[in-house]
Ligand binder design. Structure first.
Ligand code: SF4
Length: 266
């Protein structure tokens, strides 16, 4: 973690300039390893983008001098699809790695469920964000504690809110660099690369789930729908389909009360 936003800005600019003519994912990750001092963390939800990054990160960590390598973690919200647990196991076996899981604090989940009910996230956007805060954002904060660069599977094509996402950007709130190695890749290119590497993908992929989150909050999409249309589909059309991990500028994230209680609806 950096305490100087000017340092982060300079690093991000250097990475973006160096990656300008580079499309190879392994080269992009190696560039980050070479230029960013400190720990690198890839968070995976086992979607196709994260599967490709996990494969490349595992290869780099095992194949070249990368110091401590790239840490790979997942946020186990407690509401994941069984198919995601399946591909998680398959991935570990395929790559010979262990993917660390971070879960929300049991007391926070209990407080959330006591207040809103088990599926209270459908009642309002505020409730949904409160659930995402407890189940995703709090574990993410632990995952990224002390990390210099957070590697994500964001692609510009995924939604209007993600259009223009750069290779490297400053996450000022978290005091780190956010690296999006697939920022300019198409969905078809990601799938082709996964196929070439014989990487497992979740069974949901073949059933129209083009973006996968928690089971009760994700549905399959039609071919003519945006990739993230199946996320929180009951919410207003056009609303930012984000949980707070990757907030667009207008997205505000509720803060966690010091007691560990879920944030109050706004
Ligand atoms: S995606 Fe749904 S179940 Fe998962 S944390 Fe967010 S609101 Fe809760």
């Amino acid at each position: 973690m950096f305490d100087n936003s000017a340092t982060l800005t300079i690093l991000a600019a250097g990475l973006n300039a160096a990656a300008f003519a580079m499309t190879d994912i392994a080269a992009r990750l190696a560039l980050v390893r070479d230029l960013v001092p400190g720990r690198l963390c890839l968070t995976t939800s086992f979607g196709i983008e994260d599967q490709l990054l996990t494969c490349v990160a595992a290869e780099l960590s095992g194949g070249v001098e990368l110091g401590d390598g790239v840490e790979i973690v997942t946020l186990d919200t407690g509401r994941l699809f069984p198919e995601i647990h399946d591909v998680w196991r398959l991935t570990e076996r395929h790559l010979g790695i262990t993917i660390a899981a971070l879960s929300p604090p049991a007391a926070s989940v209990a407080a959330l469920v006591a207040r809103d009910g088990n599926d209270g996230f459908t009642a309002s956007v505020a409730n949904r964000r409160a659930c995402c805060h407890v189940r995703k954002l709090e574990p993410l904060a632990r995952a990224l504690s002390g990390v210099a660069a957070w590697i994500t599977g964001l692609r510009g094509e995924q939604s209007p809110d993600r259009e223009g996402v750069p290779f490297a950007e400053v996450d000022a709130a978290r005091g780190l660099l956010k690296i999006n190695p697939l920022f300019d890749w198409s969905r078809a290119s990601v799938l082709a690369e996964l196929g070439a590497r014989a990487m497992p993908v979740s069974a949901l992929e073949g059933r129209g789930y083009r973006s996968v989150g928690c089971a009760p909050c994700t549905r399959a999409v039609r071919p003519d729908e945006p990739e993230r249309a199946g996320r929180w589909w009951w919410e207003e059309l056009g609303a930012a389909k984000e949980c707070g991990l990757h907030p667009p500028a207008a997205f505000t994230t509720p803060t966690m009360a010091a007691s560990g209680s879920p944030p109050a609806p706004v």
